[in-house]
Design a protein around this ligand. Sequence first.
Ligand SMILES: [Zn+2]
Length: 389
Amino acid sequence: MAYRWPAGTTFKRIDLDVQDRSCPACGRAMHVCDHRYHHLWTLQGPTQVGNRLVRCPDASCETRGCTFSPEAELSISMPRWCLGWDVLCWLGHRRFARHWSVSQLRAELQDTHQIRLSDDAITHYIGRYQTMLAARQQDPARLADGYQDITSLGLTIDGLPPEKGHETFDVVRELMRKRVWCAAPLLASAPQEGRRLIALARQWAERLDKPVRVWMSDKQDAFVTAIAGEFPGTPHRYCQNHFLRDVAQPVLDMDSRAKVKMRSKVRGLRAIERRVLADRRQAATPERPLPQESPQGDDTPRIDPSEAATAAPWAPGALGVATTENAPVEDAAGEIVLGYCAAVRGILNDSQGGPLRPPGVRMREALQDVRDSLARNLQAQKGGLQSHC
Ligand SMILES: [Zn+2]
């Protein structure tokens, strides 16, 4: 649908001419026969491009009936688009490199550039941007250029879950140039989809005229048969990562049990924190009796993040009691205790890590560090040294 410009819009005018005014067939100077106007948004605001169309004056010339348009028109925008290339690139870059939402894009276009577009229009142009980008990525000439100095190819296929609620993507990647070649959503009922991707990869490899040295995957049955069918004789290896993960599964299970044990042993952080905060409140308002907080009832392991948040000393509620009504209490010792509690809680909640660096082993090392640190402090105190760390 054509863009409806508000009444009274003032346009910046750009006039374009064909580069060579001589007729390509007979060489006579061509005459302007018509004008075509194109109204569009550029980052400079509303723009009117006036194209002067020309044709050969010689009625017997073989270009008779042909009209020539200025070549420069396409460097500003595509015909009938309401956006210039600059706005299209602005949209695409912010959408895909910075992950802006459509409503964010609309608001920013309006606020900063006074460009008024609907969400539908933005979605539509982002779709065009994606199509162009995909075409560019798959352009055979560009690909051949990128693979000039590569002697053989290594291909992988793997399923990637893009976002929650979306079906898994089967992605074919080439390892020597580290490029994604092609991808397709894997529909549970269609094993031939994977086969289609592998066939496509074969076409690409043939077009590049490079041998495929190896295929790698997690060796799902569908992949194994499809690769054997499309690439007879090409070795098909396990993906190292999948292989390691499968082999190390018993280790990871043991590691997970060890973590549960450590968490059940290191507990009571919340009770300690409560005591520090209660002491502070008492110090701040000595004349007012406080409702006694029970340090008991804290026998759950410290792994629930929501609970951790309510008990955290930096939570606004916890600090607010001690500091909003009164001056902050000088409590260096309490601060250190709260610091230790926060560190230990962080250690207990950290569950990242693969088979080469199991999280339980890291947790044990970190807890030992805390223990050593506490021991050093106690030692320093015995020796009469003032130490705060
Ligand atoms: Zn002519």
